[in-house]
Design a protein around this ligand. Sequence first.
Ligand code: FES
Length: 102
Amino acid sequence: MTRVTVQPMDLELEVEDGQTVMAAAHAAGYVWPTECEGNASCGLCVSIIREGLDNCGEMPEDERETLQRTMGRVDPSRRLACRLTVSGPVSLTKRGVRPKEA
Ligand code: FES
């Protein structure tokens, strides 16, 4: 279990080993921007890693392909939250993350 901080809302997420950041946000009751529902194809979940780049899990091939297609390049500090796993504290920026409506 490790901690991911999501700015600008200053959300602290507990992320389990092997769990993606987006899955942890869903489990905690938050909505993360998406159209593909976490299938690594829409690119809308992309997040900017501010701290803890070394704690981010390896980038899988489907994430790499989607980043290349949607952003025109692959940059280690831009990660898809639906594929991002962590092994230590990470701070990232993602606008549009919000509590699920009741
Ligand atoms: S949710 Fe669509 S690419 Fe991550």
